[in-house]
Design a protein around this ligand. Structure first.
Ligand code: SF4
Length: 206
């Protein structure tokens, strides 16, 4: 039996009274220089976020537990949930039937990765969306997030606009303390887009 067969993946984990779901370690477009996983650290609190398999929809629903026990169920792991858009939406559908309050933490590149504007279909099932804006301009964003595709920063802004238009409660975030990141300017972008803003600190990626 291989090590991976003995290993129990962290599919669901609990923080601050909410249940989080770790769908994938893939990020699709981004390779953020500040990401713990690119710095040899795969832990969020006491949880090891490395996945040795992609959890199935059934496993994810089971890992969410009883929604009544949690403030929210959050799609957020050490990877980008919208790389598994169909599975994420199916899990959301099933959890809503159980009365779950849902949130997505995303890098905002779901539309770029899926080749169409996916914000409305996400917002229809997951009413609260937190988007990592990460910088006040494309140059600073590219320096820290290292996107593989051009146009990623603009794609994030378009995703935010579309999610808001679709009726989601949208918050954009930026990490305080990264060189060149101007938190006040990020807040101003959020204000202009008519969405909330939250400042994050480096060791608090959820
Ligand atoms: S999108 Fe999130 S998980 Fe992916 S590299 Fe960036 S910080 Fe890490």
């Amino acid at each position: 039996m291989s090590d991976s067969e003995n290993y129990e993946d962290t599919v669901g984990y609990t923080l601050h009274g909410s249940r989080y779901l770790n769908l994938t370690n893939r990020c699709g477009v981004l390779r953020c220089a500040f990401c713990p996983k690119f710095n040899g650290a795969w832990s969020v609190k006491e949880y090891d976020m490395r996945l040795h398999h992609h959890p199935t929809v059934d496993e994810l629903v089971e890992a969410a537990g009883n929604p009544a026990d949690y403030h929210e169920i959050v799609f957020c792991g050490m990877g980008e949930s919208t790389t598994r858009l169909d599975d994420m939406l199916e899990v959301a559908r099933r959890l809503r039937e159980k009365g779950a309050k849902l949130r997505l933490n995303t890098n905002g590149l779901g539309s770029m990765m899926n080749g169409r504007d996916v914000a409305p279909e996400i917002a229809a099932l997951i009413p609260t969306i937190s988007v990592s804006l990460n910088a006040q301009d494309e140059e600073t964003y590219n320096r820290h997030c290292r996107p593989k595709n051009p146009g990623a920063y603009r794609a994030v802004l378009e995703f935010v606009k579309s999610a808001k238009k679709a009726g989601a409660d949208v918050t954009v975030t930026a990490v305080d303390g990264l060189p060149g990141v101007d938190i006040a300017a990020c807040q101003a972008i959020a204000d202009k887009l008519g969405v909330r803003f939250r400042r994050r600190v480096l060791d608090d990626l959820v």
